[in-house]
Design a protein around this ligand. Structure first.
Ligand code: FAD
Ligand code: FES
Length: 270
């Protein structure tokens, strides 16, 4: 049943940042099953069906945060409260919660699937440091929510922007090594641009700290059948074996940070 889109009503839309909106739908069956790090397939009816990380898991509702980049994401941005969309899932494995002092690094829209993870870490009273990075202040998502958690003493928060318009003028990956060393970090979680994730993998490998990274590849079926999202040379499927992969797998993915396959299966540089 979860492999067929369920028609869900939009209950809320929040302008998160420039070209980025958080859309909430009523989807009790998905909400009950979902765990942090999983994704859904979202069908803007009449347009394409695309993968989206889950950015909030409620009792009866789930949210996802859409960066407008092309046809399907633009169609989702045009939807209004009360409109319906198709949603199927939840899919993928999700993050494993481990360690007593952890670091969560979100680059751009990559912060979205990390939000339910942070909520879970707070609930479990784990010591959490969050690095929220973006190119510029207008592209930072969930800043208010993260600042609120910081003020409430739930998390340590570091914000970076490439152009220095907010927080530290740096890329998120530039501050990771110092944070790991100063705070005795035992586990790192990351989602964001692949080049950033590769840099963080290099750092965690050198420091001997375990990493979990959420990857993106072109998805069609999302249930492990079509082979669209396989990774070289292991043949692992991002939709079924991922999207979250641990250090011991990441270090063996030869295409990581180099190329990915497009909708026709042709390799393109990341
Ligand atoms: C597991 C996963 C989770 C994701 N989570 C989010 C999220 O939380 N928020 C968000 O804004 N984006 C997320 N994405 C990326 C999002 O799916 C694409 O930006 C979206 O599909 C673009 O569609 P489009 O028609 O607007 O753009 P298009 O112009 O069709 O495509 C723009 C680019 O988006 C990518 N893309 C397009 N279709 C797909 C597809 N079916 N599968 C994977 N990539 C595709 C390709 O790299 C393409 O070059 C996620 C992708 C994956 C695989
Ligand atoms: S999208 Fe079909 S196998 Fe992953």
């Amino acid at each position: 049943m979860i492999h067929r889109p369920m028609i869900c009503k939009i209950t809320s839309i929040v302008d998160e940042a420039v070209d980025r909106k958080t859309i909430t739908v009523r989807a009790p069956i998905i909400a009950r099953r979902a765990v942090p790090g999983q994704f859904i397939m979202v069908w803007a009816i009449g347009v394409d069906e695309i993968p989206m990380g889950i950015s909030h898991i409620g009792d009866e509702e789930i949210s996802f945060t859409v960066h407008r980049v092309g046809e399907a994401t633009a169609a989702l941005h045009r939807r209004k409260i009360g409109d319906v969309i198709g949603v199927r899932g939840p899919y993928g494995n999700g993050f494993k919660i481990t360690g007593r002092r952890v670091l969560v690094v979100g680059g751009g829209t990559g912060m979205a699937p990390l939000m339910p993870l942070i909520e879970k870490l707070i609930e479990k009273r784990i010591d959490v440091t969050v690095i929220n990075g973006a190119k510029t202040v207008g592209e930072l998502i969930f800043l208010k929510k993260l600042q609120q958690w910081h003020e409430d003493g739930e998390i340590e928060l570091i914000v970076t922007t490439d152009d220095g318009t907010f927080g530290i003028k740096a890329m998120a990956s530039d501050v990771v090594e110092q944070v790991i060393k100063e705070r005795g970090i035992e586990e790192v979680y990351v989602c964001g641009p692949e080049k950033m994730m590769v840099k963080i993998l290099e750092i965690t490998e050198r420091l001997g700290v375990h990493l979990q990274a959420s990857l993106e590849r072109y998805m069609k079926c999302a249930i492990g059948i079509c082979g669209s999202c396989t990774l070289d040379p292991l043949g692992l499927r991002v939709c079924k074996d991922g999207p979250v992969f641990p250090s011991e797998v990441l270090r063996r993915i030869s295409e990581l940070g180099r190329y990915r396959r497009n909708s026709s299966g042709i390799k393109e540089p990341v």
